[in-house]
Design a protein around this ligand. Structure first.
Ligand SMILES: Cc1cc2nc3c(=O)[nH]c(=O)nc-3n(C[C@H](O)[C@H](O)[C@H](O)COP(=O)(O)OP(=O)(O)OC[C@H]3O[C@@H](n4cnc5c(N)ncnc54)[C@H](O)[C@@H]3O)c2cc1C
Length: 133
């Protein structure tokens, strides 16, 4: 960072709630439906889940007009929860003062070791799109 001639900062935007994901036989997947902050680390994973879930659903219900409402009903709550999680993580990462950064760097590693377990993360990493849709 010290050797970088010019540092720039860009705002991060997400899509916490896109009211309409599908119209007839057309559907949004991926960032178009639920762009999430990089702090969630899940944007690309969500796209893959969408694709796998959609393929599994279409295999069972070949008419997309009937299948897509099920797809949206299953995917929306999870995608929106992950977008919210990304916002939360972004908030504690984005400190404003040196004191805040000092406290964050002291506290966060302890909190992560104490509270972030396989069990607490299972709702993110244990999800299998083809099984639940
Ligand atoms: C800094 C950063 C870090 C990230 N880190 C992670 C991470 O650690 N883990 C993770 O899972 N995700 C991460 N993500 C998120 C992840 O990259 C995105 O969620 C994912 O790429 C979204 O995929 P997508 O296919 O929905 O959209 P995109 O990857 O944006 O693909 C859309 C494509 O459509 C093309 N396109 C747009 N308009 C048109 C048009 N009119 N005609 C033709 N083509 C068009 C675009 O050029 C693009 O190639 C990160 C994102 C950023 C920005």
């Amino acid at each position: 960072v010290r050797c970088t001639a010019e540092l720039r900062a860009y705002p991060i935007h997400d899509l916490a709630h896109v009211p309409c994901w599908h119209n007839g036989p057309e559907v949004l997947i991926g960032d178009a439906a639920h762009a999430t902050s990089p702090s969630s680390g899940q944007g690309a994973a969500l796209v893959l889940e969408d694709a796998i879930g959609l393929a599994a659903l279409i295999a069972r219900h070949p008419d997309p007009v009937n299948a897509l409402p099920h797809f949206v009903a299953h995917r929306r709550p999870r995608a929106e929860r992950i977008v919210e999680e990304g916002q939360k993580r972004g908030r504690y990462k984005a400190t404003r003062s040196a004191l805040e950064r000092w406290v964050r760097d002291l506290v966060v590693p302890v909190m992560l070791r104490r509270f972030v377990t396989h069990q607490s993360m299972d709702w993110i990493y244990g999800y299998r799109a083809a099984d639940v849709i």
